[in-house]
Design a protein around this ligand. Structure first.
Ligand code: RM4
Ligand code: MN
Ligand code: MN
Length: 435
């Protein structure tokens, strides 16, 4: 990694100064792309405006180094508490202009004074997106164990404890200004016969309805499905079908959340997105990328075309004027990169997919589909996907006070080295290895 100069990369003057030498080339590239788009009947300014409006929430657990089941290799200067996590999130937001909110995970991010946390976030220019509950792990001093499940456990006492934790998350989220609770549980079975499949789902509905009853009027419950892990035979909320059934049973404030890594390899995720849009239950995303399982790699790093196709469904819904406001959140685990760099790169890849999807000629595509022109239709998508929209992304960042070259500027600043000096590792490490 390049050695830096020890300045605060969040400093507006520093960002402006770093942008100056890059501006002429950006102007030229932006104009050339604009001319190219005019020939396709597209207005580059309109695309840039939409990209500048795009935002994605950062996962508080993503700013520390993650880990695998085998090991965690802590990086230098990792944040040791939620206040420091927000400091790092602010770097990502200042340089990309695309990540104004943070999604907390409780109790990993528990603290003494949530008023102070909210003020700290506001000072850094950050707000809070959905809060995530955690009933997949036991915490120190906890009365009941989640080893055999939480909201779906056979024991009423365990279920009550898990429900109460979720209600507590709502209380904390309320204080912070969040408006959604993300519910992901690891409940399930490792062996055929271990669990009564039907009854476990019924217990889920019963427990979730108590959480739902505690939602403030302007809140949403985001139900996150995941095919497997930690349960290796059957997970209670394993797919979008179970998630949708639960959302429909619970009520209009319950929605489905799609974590891109939570499906079998090769599953057509964009079609799941289309179905959930149709059902009016698409609540949000956990963006990441994967090759084999819930790999939690950087968004767009493995299969950018799939990411584009997901955004294509969103852009299509917007074009059809379907009312839709899905929460955009990253959910990644960084093991071999600087987490701040990975988060910046991922946020940028999302803006890329967003911009590419806006370049699809929807009227032309509809006509090609009507005419059953398979090749023409798929080429209409490819034309948008293969357009290099980099100048649009940089221009949108500039408009939000961000950097033309966020990663280069960050490396130059020496922020990581400064953190390494200011944040000696806490005993036992700070970030969880589980994502
Ligand atoms: C799960 C899921 C949840 C995340 C946990 C840590 O696989 O993706 O969203 O909160 O990991
Ligand atoms: Mn997730
Ligand atoms: Mn996951």
């Amino acid at each position: 990694m390049a050695q830096g100069r020890n300045v605060d990369p969040r400093d507006a003057d520093y960002i402006v100064a770093a942008n100056v030498p890059l501006e002429a080339a950006l102007d030229a590239d932006y104009q050339a792309l604009g001319a190219q788009l005019v020939r396709r009947g597209l207005d580059i300014e309109a695309v840039t405006r939409s990209v500048a409006d795009f935002s994605v929430a950062l996962p508080s657990w993503g700013v520390g180094t993650g880990g695998t089941r085998f090991a965690r290799f802590p990086g230098p200067g990792e944040p040791r508490n939620v206040f420091e996590k927000l400091e790092d999130c602010a770097v990502v937001h200042r340089l990309t202009g695309a990540t104004p909110t943070v999604s907390l995970h409780l109790p990993w991010d528990a603290c003494e004074d949530y008023g102070a946390l909210k003020a700290h976030a506001a000072r850094l220019g950050l707000g809070f997106d959905a809060v995530n509950s955690n009933t997949f792990q036991d915490q120190r001093g906890q009365r009941e164990s989640y080893q055999f499940g939480s909201l779906t456990h056979t024991s009423a006492a365990v279920r009550a404890q898990a429900i109460e934790h979720n209600l507590e998350c709502i209380r904390i989220g309320r204080e912070l200004g969040s408006q959604a609770l993300t519910l992901w549980i690891g409940d399930g079975a490792n062996f055929p016969g271990q669990q009564h499949l039907a009854r476990a789902f019924e217990r889920y509905l019963e427990s979730a309805s108590r959480i739902y009853a505690g939602l403030p009027a302007d809140w949403r419950l985001l139900i996150e499905h995941k095919m497997y892990e930690p349960a290796f035979y059957a997970t209670v909320i394993q797919d979008w079908g179970s998630s949708l059934m639960a959302a429909q049973a619970l009520g209009p404030k319950a929605y489905c959340l799609v974590d891109l890594g939570h499906h079998a390899p090769n599953v057509n995720i964009e079609m799941i997105v289309a179905r959930l849009i149709h059902a009016g239950r698409l609540g949000g995303f956990h963006f990441n990328d994967s090759k084999y399982g819930d790999d939690d790699l950087d968004a767009g790093s493995i299969d950018p075309y799939r990411l584009f196709l997901v955004f294509n469904e969103l852009a299509d819904a917007a074009w059809r004027q379907v009312p839709l406001q899905p929460a955009h959140m990253l959910d990644q685990s960084h093991n071999v990169t600087d987490p701040i760099e990975s988060l910046m790169a991922s946020a940028i890849e999302l803006t890329r997919a967003c911009a590419q999807a806006l370049l699809v000629d929807r009227a032309a595509l509809a006509a090609l589909q009507e005419a059953n022109d398979a090749l023409g239709a798929t080429q209409a998508l490819k034309r948008a996907f293969t357009t290099d929209v980099t100048p649009i992304l940089a221009r949108a960042r500039l408009r939000r006070g961000g950097a033309i070259d966020p990663i280069g500027l960050y490396r130059q600043s020496g922020y990581r080295a400064a953190c390494a000096a200011a944040r000696p590792a806490a005993a036992g490490g700070s970030a969880s290895g589980i994502v």
